[in-house]
Design a protein around this ligand. Structure first.
Ligand code: HEC
Length: 171
């Protein structure tokens, strides 16, 4: 072989070697970037997701959604309040007026009214017993007292407060 052929081969293999290194570096860089960048989502999937979250998304869509947001908040508050009778009040007069007075106002079904005479035989039982009978219900000689006046959504505290209010307002 002539001398300048050897020189050419040497340079040529150096260039090939350098290009191979560049190729491998590019492949590795591409693999790395592919792992780092977020995967592109199928536009059809995006459409389906948007449709699915539209009801909630609309509520928070700025000014246009303000009305729905207020309506949703009001609905949530109403749902929460309906879990607790009369908004959870322990004001006996409110609960008595709205529920117990149905029987205890008129004496319907033998219910004792707020007339002190109707309570002469009941007061000696003790307040605890009267609380218990109002919460659990009571059937005596006069008639049937339904548990919690027939509204199981009342808490024990609400019933107790109402009985106390009744006893404090006997005439
Ligand atoms: C469906 C009618 C009715 C409603 C509603 C009702 N009661 Fe009565 N309640 C009665 C009757 C009837 C009696 C008398 C039972 C008896 O002594 O035979 C009575 C008795 C009672 C007594 C006396 C229990 C005893 O041991 O003597 C208390 C206290 C009482 N009710 C509290 C309440 C309270 C508080 C409410 C509302 C949360 C209420 N009631 C709602 C019908 C009712």
């Amino acid at each position: 072989m002539r001398n300048y052929d050897l020189v050419f081969l040497k340079k040529f293999s150096m260039v090939i070697g350098f290009l191979s290194v560049v190729t491998i570096a590019l492949i590795l860089a591409a693999l790395y970037l592919n792992g780092v960048l977020p995967a592109e989502r199928d536009p059809a999937m995006n459409r389906i997701t948007e449709q699915r979250i539209a009801p909630q998304g609309a509520v928070y869509a700025g000014q246009t959604g303000a009305a729905q947001q207020a309506a949703a908040a009001a609905a949530a508050a109403a749902a929460a309040a309906s879990q607790v009778a009369y908004g959870g009040t322990t004001d006996g007069s409110v609960i008595f007026g709205q529920l117990c007075a149905g029987c205890h106002g008129s004496g319907a079904g033998g219910a004792p009214t707020l007339d002190r005479a109707h309570w002469a035989a009941r007061l000696p039982k003790g307040t605890d017993t009267l609380h218990k009978h109002a919460i659990e219900g009571f059937t005596g000689t006069a008639g049937v007292m339904p548990a919690k006046g027939g509204n199981p959504a009342l808490t024990d505290e609400q019933v107790i407060a109402t009985v106390d209010w009744m006893l404090a307002n006997l005439k």
